[in-house]
Design a protein. Structure first.
Length: 222
């Protein structure tokens, strides 16, 4: 029993890491990084550097007259949602938030299993499988959705029409570390499922039925 609780304690820590990675991915602006190439290779005075996350980003374009830095904000920059499909962007955000919620639930019920005496299925070992499993599913769906967005649109072009005359971002755009935070989070939740399995905890639903008490003949219970 003590060994099981120790392993569950480790799983709580791993779940905290997973939640922290997802929160970090939301807070950092490095899902995409790009150094667009020059269309005119002879003009070395031009340069460009772009990076952005889910809510904000940074763009610096030099057409030969000095850097022109520009901050991208999802709520203010009209060009922001022109870079990619808005529904897919929203789907990624929804999946990430659901992963965080389920991750917090797995942490909370993990503590309850270590320090308390859970009597309900959803708060016991089966619940730990459920919440960690859902966290893994939502985190995987989030980075899978964004990966599809990257290969279908972002990798092709992230520049405005007026910038395409001097630069090209095709094959110069890569996924950055904020994206890989989500991949790491998904890995941490699947690791938790392995830890729970190694602890001997089983994912099962039990419904205990109170048996009828035997009554001596002649006795009537009210």
């Amino acid at each position: 029993m003590q060994t099981q609780k120790r392993i569950i304690g480790v799983s709580v820590f791993v779940a905290c890491v997973g939640v922290g990675l997802i929160v970090s991915s939301l807070a950092t602006n490095h899902w995409i990084s790009s150094t667009p190439g020059f269309r005119n290779e002879t003009n070395k005075s031009q340069s460009a550097n772009i990076s952005f996350g889910l809510f904000a980003g940074y763009k610096s374009i030099n057409f030969g007259l000095g850097d022109r830095p520009h901050t991208l904000e999802s709520g203010k920059s009209m060009e922001w949602f022109g870079l990619f499909s808005f529904p897919v962007y929203v789907a990624t955000l929804v999946m990430l938030n659901l992963a965080v919620v389920c991750g917090f639930l797995s942490v909370g019920f993990g503590f309850f299993n270590v320090f308390g005496r859970p009597i309900e299925t959803i708060t016991g070992p089966s619940g730990l499988y459920v919440w960690n499993g859902l966290s893994f599913v939502f985190a995987t769906a989030a980075f899978g959705t964004y990966l599809g967005l990257y290969f279908s649109q972002l990798k092709v072009n992230i520049l405005k029409p007026e910038e395409l005359s001097s630069f090209t971002s095709g094959d110069h755009t890569n996924l950055d570390y904020s994206f890989y935070f989500v991949v790491g989070a998904a890995a941490s939740f699947i690791l938790n499922l392995v830890l729970l399995s190694l602890s001997g905890q089983k994912c099962s639903c039990h419904y205990s039925l109170t048996g009828k008490k035997e009554v001596d003949s002649g006795m009537i219970l009210y």
